[in-house]
Ligand binder design. Structure first.
Ligand SMILES: NC(=O)c1ccc[n+]([C@@H]2O[C@H](COP(=O)([O-])OP(=O)(O)OC[C@H]3O[C@@H](n4cnc5c(N)ncnc54)[C@H](OP(=O)(O)O)[C@@H]3O)[C@@H](O)[C@H]2O)c1
Length: 335
């Protein structure tokens, strides 16, 4: 009797990375918590790989663009993350599906993004109609998990915010980061002429992703050469609109993935006057877009890029790497 009880409890327990207060990487610790139970419209996924994204690091460290601390606390929790299990993307196997689920069954290989975090754990539950699709067979779970954060954000920025068109010239600043590596591949898919900006050690990677030109920012400042672009996509958060305005064509757009209050005021002012626009926003990850990305993976238009792999137990090392600001593509935790 006692044995059965212990066994049942064991089966309901899982390991998760818990962040109860904002702070340095060390605030994230591995603990045992209750395994979630899927509702009738949800699936329970056994997580096999989950990256530590710049988004997780921002929330864990409350390291947000200027002017956004209060609103971030309002949304995510005042003393610490409301959901202590961070992690926005995953790849894994469906372990159980709720009674009303029709699209997924036990054993299916899936990947996606969970709204409101919860992926840095051995198991997660996600709504059937959330951002979850079957994993393309040609990529591993680690590779699949590396895709949604960067690809879904860059898809939103390039296709919807930037309205990228065939033949346009685009410069991607931070071309070797998670957003950058998929930004380069998506911009090529959309038929643009792509210039990637990165540091010396990442030049070959960015070229291998299809960039037509690569600028090593350690050797050259693109704002000082006469080349102009239809779109400048900044994934780094270090470009000043005033400094790179001259590098935009007439009617050109600068897309800012990491905008603060000052940049959002430029979004407002340039939407009213001036031919060159500043555009920024939040990319919401949707199932339809994940399907698009998944299909592009199947068709070899997008290949996954993993910069570093960590064991689940190496979460502090992984966060320290991500906090450094020079992450190459994705930092994936293996479970
Ligand atoms: N708006 C949204 O909805 C949304 C969604 C997702 C992410 N984001 C934001 O987007 C940003 C980028 O995310 P990420 O995951 O791609 O970050 P990441 O993987 O850490 O990449 C950052 C990149 O910046 C490059 N970099 C650092 N200093 C640079 C400099 N001075 N000049 C040019 N490049 C430089 C690094 O390349 P080197 O190593 O070569 O220096 C690195 O590849 C984050 O701030 C994140 O919060 C926004």
């Amino acid at each position: 009797m006692v044995v059965t009880k212990t066994l049942t409890r064991r089966q309901r327990i899982m390991k998760a990375i818990i962040t109860k207060k904002y702070g340095p990487p060390e605030v994230a610790t591995i603990q045992e918590i209750e395994k979630p139970i899927p509702k009738e419209n949800e699936v329970l996924v056994k997580v096999l790989a989950t990256p530590v994204t710049s988004g997780d690091a921002r929330i864990r460290g409350l390291n947000v663009p200027f002017g956004f601390k209060f609103i971030t606390k309002l949304m995510f929790g005042f003393k610490g993350p409301k959901n202590p299990v961070l992690g926005v993307v995953f790849s894994g196997i469906v372990e159980e599906s709720g009674g009303k689920v029709t699209a997924f069954s036990k054993g299916d290989a899936v990947f996606g993004s969970k709204e409101g975090f919860g992926c840095h754990a051995e198991y997660l539950v996600i709504k059937e109609n959330g951002a979850i699709v079957h994993k393309p067979e040609k990529v591993s779970h680690e590779e699949a998990s590396s895709i949604p954060f960067g690809a879904l954000t860059s898809l939103k920025y390039l296709r919807d915010f930037g309205k990228i068109k065939k033949g346009q010239k685009i410069l991607i600043n931070g071309a070797s980061g998670a957003l950058g590596v998929y930004g380069v591949q998506l911009a090529k898919y959309f038929g643009a002429e792509v210039t990637g900006v990165c540091s010396t050690s990442n030049v070959e990677l960015v070229k291998s992703l299809g960039a037509d030109h690569v600028i090593d920012y350690k050797k050259e400042d693109f704002t000082e050469n006469p080349e102009t672009y239809n779109i400048i996509y900044d994934t780094v958060g270090k470009l000043e609109f005033s400094k790179c305005k001259a590098s935009l064509n007439k009617n050109g757009t600068i897309l800012l993935a990491a905008a603060g209050l000052k940049e959002y005021s430029q979004v407002m002012s340039t939407s009213i006057s001036g031919s060159k626009k500043v555009v920024a926003g939040v990319a919401i990850f949707k199932k339809e877009d994940l399907k698009v990305v998944s299909e592009l993976v199947e068709l070899d238009h997008i290949k996954p890029v993993i910069g570093r792999r960590f064991k689940f137990s190496e979460i502090v090392e992984a966060y320290t790497y991500v906090d450094g600001g020079h992450k190459v593509a994705s930092a994936v935790l293996k479970l």
